[in-house]
Design a protein around this ligand. Structure first.
Ligand code: NAP
Length: 314
């Protein structure tokens, strides 16, 4: 039997790509000089597509893939996928939850401590020769005892909460539902949580339901001593309102791993000293990226063997 045709929207790790190349005929959309011509040629025979979190699977692409059975993403977020269109056609979707939770939660903690203790600013202070010339840096903000509100207390949100407790912070959360097995304080209203907390950490998904919910009002409710950390998705924050609040000192600072329009982010961030910026690296360790890539391999193998998927998006 001939190998199934798989469209590579974005490649993952070399070892797993080699495993995929053994089992399937791979078509490199990500490397095609003329992606439209590639789709016209191989689209009708494609049975699976693989990609990363940013890989766009929209109606226009789906129309070119009439035999598509499964999309397998190496990411937990799938806001780049038109999930309703996939459901309507019975196309399965898999993602990579759990294997990245600890790394993303670690980065959230690192980002929060970095902005509070001004770690990149201290590094710059030394490199620019200012320590010797100007003496000690201005004092930073203590983490101990701060109150934190987590928007999205899911797998990653809970792992962040555990880490924050270890450094003496107090946790509350907002989501659409109050969780029975959780003892942290629940806020039904996001603005109320922001008004009541020193720090807002965003660990919710992107997509239409969360677009801009961290609005100008929510940001300002945090107040001039407040901080924001975002490891969820850039679209969750009204980014123009965030930039304005940071410029005008309406909040104290922000530490961000995700942005609107990645990787060409708003250059307004570059001039600000009260931000810590990371290029969407929450899960970017070789160990975790290998585990994510392996889940893509294993999900495709399960699908083509007629077995249950390991990590389906229901
Ligand atoms: P998860 O277990 O599904 O948790 C998502 C949480 O968000 C849930 O607690 C959910 O609570 C809440 N939520 C969902 N929709 C909401 C809404 N409309 N309003 C308010 N809260 C909402 O997912 P996870 O594994 O923790 O991952 C969370 C997100 O992190 C992913 O979707 C992805 O966008 C992001 N992420 C980022 C990186 C990175 O590199 N920076 C890496 C991995 C993941 P309710 O159901 O009660 O609302």
């Amino acid at each position: 039997m001939s190998k199934p045709d798989v469209l590579v929207l974005k490649a993952n790790r070399p070892k797993q790509m080699a495993m995929l190349a053994e089992a399937y005929r791979l078509h490199r959309y990500d490397e095609a000089a003329d992606p439209a011509a590639l789709l016209a040629e191989v689209g009708p025979s494609i049975r699976a597509a693989i990609g990363l979190g940013e890989s766009k699977v929209d109606q226009a692409l789906l129309e070119k893939l009439p035999k598509l059975e499964i999309v397998s993403l190496a990411s937990v977020g799938y806001d780049s996928v038109d999930i309703e269109a996939c459901r309507a056609r019975g196309i399965k979707l898999t993602n990579t939850p759990d294997v990245l939770t600890n790394d993303v939660a670690d980065l959230a903690l690192v980002l929060l401590l970095s902005i509070l203790r001004r770690v990149p600013q201290g590094d710059r202070y030394i490199r620019e020769g200012r320590w010797a010339k100007e003496g000690s840096m201005p004092l930073a903000k203590s983490a101990t005892g701060l109150t934190v509100g987590i928007l999205g207390l899911g797998r990653i949100g809970k792992a962040i909460a555990k880490r924050l407790e270890a450094v003496g912070m107090k946790i509350g959360y907002h989501g659409r539902h109050q969780q029975k097995d959780v003892t942290y304080g629940y806020y039904k209203n996001l603005k109320d949580m922001a008004a009541d907390r020193d720090v807002l950490i965003i660990a919710s998904p992107g997509g239409p339901a969360t677009r801009g919910i961290v609005s100008a009002e929510v940001i300002e409710a945090l107040g001039p001593e407040g901080y924001i950390v975002n490891i969820g998705r850039g679209s969750v924050i009204d980014e123009a309102a965030l930039l304005a609040a940071l410029k005008e000192g309406k909040i104290a600072g922000a530490a961000l791993d995700v942005f609107l329009n990645e990787p060409e982010i708003d250059e307004g961030f570059f001039a600000l000293d009260n931000v810590v910026l990371q290029p969407h690296v929450g899960s970017a360790t070789s160990e975790t990226r290998d585990a994510m890539a392996q889940l893509v391999v294993d999900n495709l193998a399960a699908h083509f063997a007629g077995k249950p998927l390991l990590t389906p998006v229901e």
